[in-house]
Design a protein around this ligand. Structure first.
Ligand code: AMP
Length: 598
């Protein structure tokens, strides 16, 4: 491709070029260079690009170009996940429209009064940027008319889907004129995104601006949700079972490096450390020992690991998430060298999900969650690997030692005794950790407003009738706690104590079991609510999105779930969005969002 060096080469009209000059942008970024001419040519686009790539201008310029200032009415609609982003996009659009008479962008989002947004729409704006929930509200109330729509833009589509807006987006796109152009931007791809693309786009041009060198495809990237004090044990289990053979462990501080080395040494593993302030001679000695295979693990900070070059590291362990996504890339690049396969294992705490998400967006890959190995899995895997070792030693020519021939025992009992001996020699007692009780951290029972702790089988939440499981956007990533959800629910609708049952909080969404009798009122009341600063998007759970690897799903209420579904009909929104009326969203969340836009 010919390198374009100027915005004027991209087919942009004079008024916008002038604004770009005023803004001081000299050369188009890669996504702008590739997307703008294609979009100006009228094609649909799927742009895979991260925040910071300049994608806002890449869609805002063609969007402004397609607006006919003489036509009153919305001609461009941009959907984006958050209020902050909607406002930011509008700011950029307004700057670009500096020399376009009477063209400006209006943000519409939940959690704010309808009045100013309605006024703006009534004035006849041409460019609307909104969050899906509020856009649906205004469409259904008739305030937002899309008959004149020429372009639909989805920005940060993956994030919108993570927040549970798939159905809303489909609903909005369904209501639009077929003769429109669709531009679609996302940092990552997923089957849901492919579904949207297949359904709503016409032979789109795919533009991929991911940084191809960020991660290596041969690195399997997984994470474990595990509290800090359990991490030495979780790591030991990976070592015991051979899931990690030779690894580099990264921590953020020298203190944690020392703690890891002490913890692993006490458990009998061959490990050493690299500190940034170690004399060079010591560093080299340790690295040489690691290279030769005398050490199984080397523990280091990011700075200390500079210049470390070892080819046969099968795993990199992020004992703590690095604060800078670039450090994550540098860390995991130490495995899968020289064409080998490699694994990146990351330990994540409850409060780390925003940072994890930032890293995922930076690398354009979602890490896979795995549950921490349980004691019985460790036993099982250890036995399997011992059996493998024994099988490797099998040799039809080998002779039984004379001493054993004299032993009066069956070959089978001899084999059992030898196997047990081998197992004892390599045995390490598994230490119990809270993660061994998955329900404790993943599933919390709520009675009234009181957090009761972990769910025990046979606990006494006995709803009077059927129950329904509700899906709600937002989970651990925005710092949501069961009591926030319980508070929101109980404050939204008058209902009896006990009407809210199990609350399960996942990374990005939550599942809440409620008495079927109150579900319709809840759906209606929550349609205009916010929690932790986010627009609430709640609907009946259809099961598909409800499970996450390693999450606990109740079977106790299986019958209720079906019962509830029959009662309400799948996907039906009784008293739902169509009934929404004015008023801002109620926010009962206890914490402000920790999650920022990246
Ligand atoms: P975005 O990825 O759209 O959020 O843009 C990231 C930042 O880059 C914003 O602050 C833009 O103002 C800036 N930006 C966008 N395009 C350019 C460009 N061609 N040259 C310099 N900065 C840009």
């Amino acid at each position: 491709m010919i390198q374009t060096t100027s915005f004027s080469d991209l087919g942009i009209s004079g008024a916008i070029l002038e604004a770009i000059e005023v803004l001081g942008f000299e050369t188009p970024s890669a996504i702008q260079e590739q997307a703008i001419p294609v979009a100006l040519g009228g094609a649909d686009i799927v742009g895979l690009s991260h925040t910071g790539s300049g994608k806002t201008l890449a869609f805002a310029i063609p969007a402004l170009e397609c607006i006919d200032p003489d036509v009153n009415g919305v001609q461009v609609l941009t959907l984006c996940p958050t209020r902050e982003l909607a406002v930011q996009i509008c700011r950029e659009v307004d700057k670009l429209a500096l020399f376009l008479d009477g063209v400006s962008a209006v943000p519409i989002y939940g959690g704010a009064s309808f009045k100013p947004q309605l006024d703006a729409l009534n004035r006849g704006v041409q460019f609307v940027v909104g969050t899906p929930g509020r856009v649906m509200d205004l469409m259904e109330s008739g305030a937002l008319q899309l008959d004149n729509l020429r372009m639909l833009i989805l920005d940060e589509a993956d994030e919108m889907l993570d927040m549970g807006f798939l159905e809303d987006i489909e609903h909005i796109a369904d209501a639009m004129p077929d003769e429109r152009q669709t531009l679609f931007f996302s940092a990552t791809m997923s089957p849901e995104i492919n579904r949207l693309v297949g359904r709503f786009m016409d032979d789109p041009v795919q533009i991929n601006i991911e940084r191809p060198t960020l991660t290596v495809p041969t690195i399997e990237q997984i994470y474990y949700e595990v509290i800090f004090s359990s991490r030495i044990e979780a790591l030991s289990r990976l070592l015991d079972t051979g899931k990690i053979k030779k690894g580099l462990v990264f921590a953020n501080t020298k203190k944690v490096v020392d703690d890891i080395v002490d913890g692993l040494t006490a458990r009998g593993y061959g490990v050493d450390r690299l500190h940034g302030d170690m004399p060079q001679i010591m560093r080299e000695r340790v690295m040489e020992s690691f290279r030769r295979g005398n050490l199984r693990m080397l523990v280091a900070t990011d700075i200390a690991a500079r210049g470390l070059d070892v080819d046969d590291v099968d795993s990199v362990v992020n004992f703590e998430l690095p604060r800078d996504p670039e450090d994550y890339v540098h860390r995991i690049g130490r495995t899968a060298r020289a064409g080998r396969k490699g694994k990146a294992v990351t330990f994540v705490g409850r409060r780390d999900f925003a940072l994890l998400s930032r890293i995922e967006r930076f690398i354009g890959v979602k890490l896979t969650e795995e549950p921490v190995l349980t004691a019985s899995q460790v036993e099982q895997l250890r036995t399997e690997s011992l059996v493998d070792e024994v099988l490797e030693k099998l040799n039809p020519d080998s002779q039984l030692p004379e001493e054993l021939k004299e032993v009066e025992a069956s070959p089978e009992s001899l084999a059992v005794a030898l196997f047990n001996l081998l197992r004892e020699k390599t045995h390490r007692e598994v230490q119990p950790i809270p993660e061994d009780r998955p329900m404790k951290t993943r599933r919390v029972r709520i009675d009234g407003n009181t957090e009761k702790g972990s769910h025990q089988k046979g606990d006494s939440w006995t709803p009077k009738g059927d129950t329904v499981t509700l899906f709600m956007n937002g989970g651990r990533m925005i710092g949501l706690r069961p009591k926030d959800i319980a508070g929101l629910f109980y404050n939204s609708v008058e209902m009896e104590k006990g009407a809210v049952g199990d609350i399960r909080i996942f990374g990005k969404h939550s599942l809440i079991e409620v008495d079927a009798n109150v579900a319709p009122q809840l759906l209606e009341a929550l349609a205009t609510a916010t929690i932790c600063g986010y627009e609430v998007n709640v609907r009946e759970d259809k099961g598909g999105m409800g499970s996450e690897p390693g999450s606990y799903r109740s079977s106790r209420h299986g019958g209720f779930r079906n019962g509830g579904r029959r009662e309400h009909g799948q996907g039906e929104r009784r008293g739902g969005r169509g009934d929404r009326r004015g008023g801002g969203r109620k926010d009962f969340g206890g914490e402000r969002p920790r999650r920022k836009r990246y």
